[in-house]
Design a protein around this ligand. Structure first.
Ligand code: SF4
Length: 713
């Protein structure tokens, strides 16, 4: 079967021409199927006596899968042409491009390929350049493409865009048969189209004059080719049909178009000579590192904004998160959850989405085509009826792409359930950016819950941030409580970690805000809180490592007016640390260690600890990606610190430095002799440092390879 796609701007007459061409092909003893791919669904009308047929998308929406039959969506038109129409959603709702994909998929599943057909004609709307409308350009569909254009600029512009689409679906062989000029009677029309065609390096295969016969045929619900078989128009249409047949027999050359750039299109519009187009293929916009970047191009996309927004709201223990999107997004996020960070998902809340009160609107194909706002309303109502009074709606890519009006659903629920607290985070999957962007969007919303009028009370502090500390670990919390108790401090709100929204509201009850770290993410959260409340954080973030602890104690002693207590605590901590170092040196002494700072967290504290214990730090590799700055280390490790460290450099270092241990946030396969340890989430204060030392010491005590392994295995 030979397949040809006829593309053209909406209203240019491609459907009329496609129907005429299909009919003409049928007169030449070809078995033809025509598939209309325009939401207007009028492609096959002239083959069906002026009658509109049931569209595939309406049929799919109304008919359960098991009751669907091919005969319900394929009709036999004039000349025995098999007719199908894709259809599409209401203008402004849903995604018609997605509808094309569904139509093709449905026809295939219902067995459309089993029809004995010689030529299949796709009649496709060419104004839209999204992936859905480009489906017929794919190799598995169009063997050849015809572009219908008039001499109007926008019509040629649409044709040029299709040429660009063809370049993007490069199959390695030319596929453009040529342009058909469908005259609109504008000035110098033939000349304009000829100049366009010449510059793009493609022929004009037919010029169809403006003729009242088209209107007469339209009124009769027939093709011109059927109603006026002896007209000049029919001769022109037959010539196109002949060309298609020759092409299907491999007797007609096809062309690789050279789409025009903006300057060339401007020259064309201005009537100036147009230099020939470039044969260059459309290039991938990110030719640098090859990793996926956000639309803004500012950041590498590790995970989508919807995931980030969901993760932020999941930290509020009394809120339900409703992910507006397909189940697959939910699944992906669940999978990432398991592998990424347990601190995002408190064990206390159980291990499953259900336990964490996360749910999904489960947008399906139908919602992606016809819009998902209705589904969102339904799910919100269901949750409100179940008694969920606080719901954050997080949008995924799909509602973003199809332009769902999620805010309408929220408004509807607010009116129907006036007591419900609702938040809408239009993260739109990765359209709004990456994980961090989505997280920030949600945090901004959450900071809006803070009541700035609440007065501070003595001895209350807030924790602010998400970095570094594994606050879920009992050891870490116990040490933090111990340190705070030195100054009689109590935690008011953990922003943002396992926290009821009541604590967020009462945020300003605390005297000061302790940053978990000085990382950009923690500072950014504090920045949003400051915007809302005008508060400034405590000058020293919570300490990791002995140096930080000394500074922090001094600052807190002054703040709380308890310098003596601070000095006493420092003396105790130092004694404990020195004793630990003395007792454990033999495990670490002479051991060569590489530390990788892959996530740009400071690892200096770990390097200092291990050096105090007698280990030799042979490399600190700071991964900075795509030009982002990496962490720097102080003088003590300046000689071994390398910025822009790469996996290749690590490979070389493993070979040349022959380390005993590699410390990283992920486990690497390093070869036989070198052990690996995770830097992970460190603990706060001296207790956290010594727990980490215990862990590394245990790794060093273990044999470098498992005893049961034989050489060579
Ligand atoms: S929201 Fe978008 S980027 Fe995120 S998981 Fe879903 S499809 Fe993927």
């Amino acid at each position: 079967m030979f397949q040809i796609a006829v593309y053209g701007k909406g209203g240019i007459g491609k459907s009329t021409l496609s129907a005429n061409i299909s009919y003409s092909l049928s007169l030449k003893n070809k078995k033809v199927m025509q598939i209309g791919c325009d939401p207007k669904h009028d492609s096959t009308r002239l083959l069906l006596g002026g009658r509109a047929q049931t569209t595939v998308l309406d049929y799919v929406r109304e008919t359960p899968v098991l009751r669907r039959k091919l005969e319900d969506v394929i009709e036999i038109g004039s000349g025995g042409v098999l007719c199908a129409e894709s259809g599409g959603p209401e203008p402004g709702i849903g995604c018609a491009g997605r509808g094309i994909l569904t139509t093709f998929d449905t026809l295939k599943k219902l067995g459309a390929d089993s029809y004995d057909t010689d030529i299949r004609v796709y009649d496709v709307l060419g104004d839209v350049v999204c992936g859905g409308f480009a489906v017929p350009l794919r190799e598995e569909y169009a063997d050849a493409v015809i572009l219908v254009t008039s001499g109007e600029f926008m019509s040629m512009y649409a044709a040029n865009n299709i040429m660009k689409g063809l370049a993007n679906f490069d199959t390695g062989k030319p596929r453009l048969l040529g342009l058909i000029l469908n005259s609109r009677g504008v000035e110098n029309e033939e000349e304009s189209v000829k100049r366009f065609a010449d510059a793009a390096g493609v022929p004009v295969i037919a010029a169809i004059p403006r003729d009242s016969s088209f209107r007469a045929a339209e009124a009769a619900g027939k093709t011109v080719r059927e109603l006026f078989p002896d007209s000049d128009l029919s001769v022109a249409i037959d010539s196109v049909a002949d060309l298609i047949i020759k092409t299907s027999e491999g007797k007609q050359p096809l062309y690789d178009p050279r789409p025009l750039d903006d300057d060339q299109m401007t020259d064309l519009a201005a009537g100036r000579p147009v230099r020939p187009g470039s044969p260059e293929k459309i290039r991938d916009p990110c030719s640098g590192c090859g990793r996926r970047r956000s639309i803004k191009g500012t950041r590498i996309m590790d995970s989508c904004a919807a995931f980030g927004a969901m993760a932020a709201f999941m930290k509020l223990t009394d809120w339900t998160v409703l992910l507006h999107g397909p189940e697959s997004c939910m699944y992906l996020m669940e999978m990432s959850r398991g592998g990424m960070s347990r601190s995002l998902y408190p064990e206390s809340a159980g291990g499953t989405a259900a336990a964490l009160k996360v749910c999904c609107t489960m947008m399906d194909d139908s919602a992606s085509i016809f819009g998902g706002t209705g589904k969102l309303k339904e799910k919100l109502e269901e949750l409100c009826e179940e008694g969920c009074g606080k719901i954050a709606v997080v949008t995924t890519c799909m509602p973003g792409i199809i332009g769902d009006h999620s805010a309408d659903a929220i408004e509807h629920i607010r009116k129907k359930y006036p007591g419900a607290e609702l938040a809408l985070i239009e993260s739109d999957g990765d359209i709004a950016g990456d994980y961090t962007d989505g997280f920030r969007m949600a945090v901004r919303e959450i900071t809006g819950m803070i009541d700035p009028s609440v007065r501070p009370e003595r001895r209350y502090v807030n924790l602010v941030g998400i970095s570094f500390f594994d606050l879920q670990s009992p050891g870490c919390m116990a040490e933090l409580d111990r340190i705070l108790s030195v100054f009689g401090l109590k935690i008011n709100c953990r922003f943002l970690d396992d926290c009821p929204s009541g604590d967020i509201r009462m945020f300003c009850r605390a005297e000061t805000d302790l940053l978990l770290s000085g990382s950009p993410s923690d500072l950014s959260i504090m920045g949003m809180i400051s915007e809302r409340t005008g508060r400034k954080p405590f000058p020293c973030p919570l300490p990791i490592g002995m140096k930080d602890y000394g500074k922090w104690l001094e600052a807190m002693g002054k703040f709380a007016g308890m310098e003596e207590e601070a000095a006493r605590e420092w003396k105790n901590a130092e004694e404990k640390y020195d004793l630990y170092v003395r007792n454990n040196r033999k495990v670490f002494e002479g051991k060569k260690i590489i530390i990788i700072d892959r996530l740009k967290r400071s690892c200096v504290w770990a390097a200092e600890l291990l050096a105090d214990l007698g280990a030799e730090i042979v490399r600190i590799g700071c991964f900075s990606r795509c030009g982002e700055p990496g962490m720097t280390c102080p003088e003590r490790f300046g000689g071994v610190t390398v910025e822009n460290y790469s996996p290749k450099m690590l490979e070389d270092d493993l070979e040349s430095l022959d380390p005993d241990l590699l410390i990283c946030d992920l486990l690497f396969r390093t070869g036989k002799k070198c052990r690996t340890a995770r830097i992970g989430r460190s603990g706060v204060g001296p207790g956290g440092v010594l727990r980490f030392a215990d862990y590394v010491g245990n790794v060093l005590r273990l044999p470098a390879t498992e005893g049961w392994k034989e050489d060579g295995e």
